[in-house]
Design a protein around this ligand. Sequence first.
Ligand code: KIV
Ligand code: NA
Length: 264
Amino acid sequence: GRRITVRDVAAAKERGEKWPMVTAYDAMTARVFDEAGIPVLLVGDSAAMVVYGYDSTLPVSVDDLMPLTAAVVRGSSRAMVVADLPFGSYQASPQQALETAVRFMKEAGAHAVKLEGGRRVLPQVEALVSAGIPVMAHLGLTPQSVNAFGGYRVQGRGQAGDELMADAKDLQAAGAFSVVLECVPAELAERVTTSLAIPTIGIGAGPSTDAQVLVWQDLMGLTARPAKFVKKYSDLAGEMDRAVRAFADEVTGGVFPSAEHTYH
Ligand code: KIV
Ligand code: NA
């Protein structure tokens, strides 16, 4: 079969169909999500936290994310794989954005890229779209701006909501194929969703967006203190704790390996 494309996500909005997106950072989880029918996989710069152990997304580099992106592409066969452009890899100029995005497409095999920001990154979005690179935009709580925001807090309340709406419309006009709305009031996300022809992808943005995204470690219950917007669909931390303790007990007790796991 073929991969999901930007045409498929556009058609889903026309049909009023909602869809799920999850992050992935390696081949085996990508395969599980791909086989479950998740249409879009995001290699998020959230890898800074969940893969590399930093406490924000700022430290992660293109070289850090490139092999993860390549692994997710190799591990999937149907999903569209979106590569997040990390902090500092696109803000300087449209040319910098193009060089970075081209690396993700050519070397890692990504099918689209995502970058954060509104009108200040329009020249970057236009340069990528002109080069034939599908761009997913990202508004609201854009974690690469955490220092400017003074923390991880809800964005787009009051007057800022009109600014966000204007950003969203301009990003659509610049050719973005979708826009992530992170940590914004549900009422604003609903207004943006009905005002745009391109799909909105919500995270902490209420129920009205065209799609929903979660970091997979959050939804699986691996994250220690997840945000209010996270729903835990599994308790992987508990399950992994149980399993590794059982292994440890059987090793120290001389129970593992038994005959069935032994060669002669
Ligand atoms: O990096 C990431 O995981 C993201 C999503 C949460 C949208 O940007
Ligand atoms: Na991100």
